[in-house]
Design a protein around this ligand. Structure first.
Ligand SMILES: [Zn+2]
Length: 200
């Protein structure tokens, strides 16, 4: 006599046709691949990348420009304080000065130029080291909204929006347990997050 099959009968593996239990990894692997490909196709990801990168670069460059301007100003102030520097510029670098005095002036200018270059290099290096913090800052300004699931939490039905600030783990299908993955097969896939840029 044939046993009655439950209404909740599980399907075999869609990839290799193996029985539902024990669960083989194929469906999970293919889903992850399809998810990654869909994520790459999603224009929201490109918008997110471009926005965060542009904001971060602009922030770093603005900070660097400000530091460089300050250094250049004090560099010029130092040069102006050197004896005979005005004469030096008036004669385009060949002032009528005794050779020893001119050599000293040249050395002082050369030294100041070297210090300026070193200072600018150090400023730039420090600015670039701020990138992780700055990137985090702009990622933190991005708002992610998920449309509420029909019949889910909230009272407004499909129109209600779940609003989430920051990164959510729920997007990551791979974080689920195996049993839950199997059970959830065939249901409506999770809705892709929508990214909204907060502009200032
Ligand atoms: Zn399989």
């Amino acid at each position: 006599m044939t046993a009655l099959l439950s209404a909740n009968i599980e399907a075999s593996c869609a990839i290799c046709g193996a029985p539902p239990y024990p669960e083989c990894p194929h469906e999970g692997e293919r889903l992850q691949l399809a998810f990654d490909q869909a994520l790459a196709r999603w224009t929201g990801m490109q918008l997110l990348r471009d926005w965060v990168l542009n904001q971060s670069r602009n922030k770093i460059l603005t900070t660097f420009s400000s530091l460089r301007a300050t250094r250049h100003t004090s560099h010029l102030a130092y040069l102006s304080s050197l004896p005979c520097y005005t004469l030096y510029t008036r004669y385009a670098g060949s002032p009528p000065l005794p050779p020893t005095q001119l050599a000293t002036l040249h050395a002082q200018i050369q030294h100041a130029n070297t210090l300026l270059q070193q200072g600018v290099d150090e400023d730039w290096r420090r600015c670039c080291l701020e990138y992780p913090k700055v990137l985090d800052f702009y990622f933190g300004m991005v708002e992610v909204r998920f449309p509420a699931e029909v019949g889910g939490e909230g009272t407004g039905g499909g129109r209600e929006q779940r609003r989430v600030k920051g990164r959510r783990k729920s997007v990551d299908a791979s974080g689920r347990g195996k049993k839950e993955r199997r059970r959830s097969r065939g249901r409506t896939p999770p809705v892709a997050p929508m990214v909204v840029h907060r502009r200032r």
